[in-house]
Design a protein around this ligand. Sequence first.
Ligand code: GDD
Ligand code: MG
Length: 370
Amino acid sequence: MKAVILVGGEGTRLRPLTVNLPKPMLPVVNRPFLEHVLAYLKDHGITDVILSMGYRSEVIEKHFGDGSDFGIRLRYVVEASPLGTAGGVKNVAQYVDGTFLVLNGDILTDLDLGAMIDFHRQNGAKATISLTPVEDPTAYGLVETDATGRVRRFIEKPRLEDVTTNFINAGTYVLEPEVLDLIPPATYYMFERGVFPELLSRRDPVYGFRSDCYWIDIGTPAKYLTVQRDILNGRVQHLSRRLAGGRGFRAGKGAAVDPSVTVIGPAILGDRVRIAAGARISGPVVIGDGCVIGPGTTIEEAILWSGVKIGARVKLSGSILGRDVVVDDDAIVTGGAVIADGCSIGSENRLDQAIRIWPGRSIPPRTITF
Ligand code: GDD
Ligand code: MG
């Protein structure tokens, strides 16, 4: 069975991390996120994948090529302007045949695809939508079903007063090819606001496949931190098996960690990471390839992309640092700061709010003190 992955979004809520990289290329435990999605599909026997792309597609294509390095046959279709989730699938229709899968490209899940496909077939459904429970459905697509799983209502980003269930669209669909006939060509169109409501008003069989396995949409900085904490804590089965290995600490090739450094796992250090005397790493922490951490620095619950340089006695926690960021001596970066590629934070600055700093900015010593 073929799968279409939607990766054309601009990742607006993740800015400034998505200024240089599209969302699927953001590193998650030091690998581009989309690698994890492809590995998941491969685990489920899906090796024929079409990427429906827009924003910064060239970065994705350059990394994955024809997919053979990842054991997948990959094809790319790029939109000149955004066509929406359904328009983006219509746009790749020439590559689709028979029953097929559609995946939102920003989801990490342990969903059992085989079981979902069986459920779809048993019900003779036209479309089956994966469902997951969440605390606040207003940020998602609310899906109301009857006792047999047949979908009664689909409300994208419902108002609080419309919330009748905590099950939402988990962003994986099994579709019959006829569904493509409901999507206008070369037009912005969404499954969530167009196709699904239309199928329901025609009384076509649409089913919801409930699952309470691990599920997250990595669409905000907070969730981008959460997903990595979850992986490091062993909560994502398919990934923990392959990569993080539970609650441990692992260092890449050529990493040099001074014996006096305290590491409280879980933590992943990339290749050639250097950590100087007296530093303290308190997981969950992910440190990218080639990062250098100065003496006496403490890092707690943080994500560092590759090439980051941190000086001496820095305090870093709850934050995300992009590629080649520099943080000088005695700076404090806490409280959900997001600092994009190539920024430099001068010594003795104190950033303790969820501040977002755009790529390439440089903050002189002792300028920010909140
Ligand atoms: N090709 C293409 N073209 N892809 C797009 C476009 C587009 O114009 N717009 C968005 N996408 C891709 C995004 O890259 C993402 O992978 C996926 O479609 C979903 O878009 P988001 O922008 O992340 O949507 P959302 O998170 O607000 O809501 C969607 O996902 C929720 C689950 O996380 C909806 O499907 C909700 O119903 C659902 O609950
Ligand atoms: Mg999303």
